[in-house]
Write a protein that binds this ligand. Structure first.
Ligand SMILES: N[C@@H](CCC(=O)N[C@@H](CS)C(=O)NCC(=O)O)C(=O)O
Length: 93
């Protein structure tokens, strides 16, 4: 499994006043991961782009490169699993 800190080009589609968006961004920041935020609150074209790329209508939607991770709940699970694998590998080394 890929190491989290090797992931590049993180994109997160968000809107204002969205607690799940804030939670997802806080998690990325807590891991030292930079991201490109696309605020679709007033931007219908970008919202359409998000829906086409993800097949979903809710925000946030997170991509690592072109790889669709999902919403905040998916991101939380993904990050936890990657970190767990890294820790297991370290312990086993
Ligand atoms: N389980 C989703 C929940 C996302 C969610 O409900 N987002 C709200 C905004 S905070 C939303 O997009 N609501 C609009 C809708 O449901 O169409 C996640 O973890 O990302």
């Amino acid at each position: 499994m890929a190491k989290l800190n090797n992931q590049t080009g993180i994109t997160i589609y968000t809107t204002d006043y969205c607690p799940y968006c804030h939670a997802a961004k806080a998690l990325l920041r807590s891991r030292g991961l930079e991201y490109n935020e696309i605020d679709v609150t007033q931007d219908q074209a970008k919202r359409q782009e998000m829906m086409e790329r993800s097949g979903r209508r809710t925000v946030p939607q997170v991509f690592f490169g072109d790889n669709h991770i999902g919403g905040n709940d998916d991101l939380q699970t993904y990050v936890r699993n990657v970190v767990d694998v890294a820790e297991v590998e370290k312990a086993a080394a």
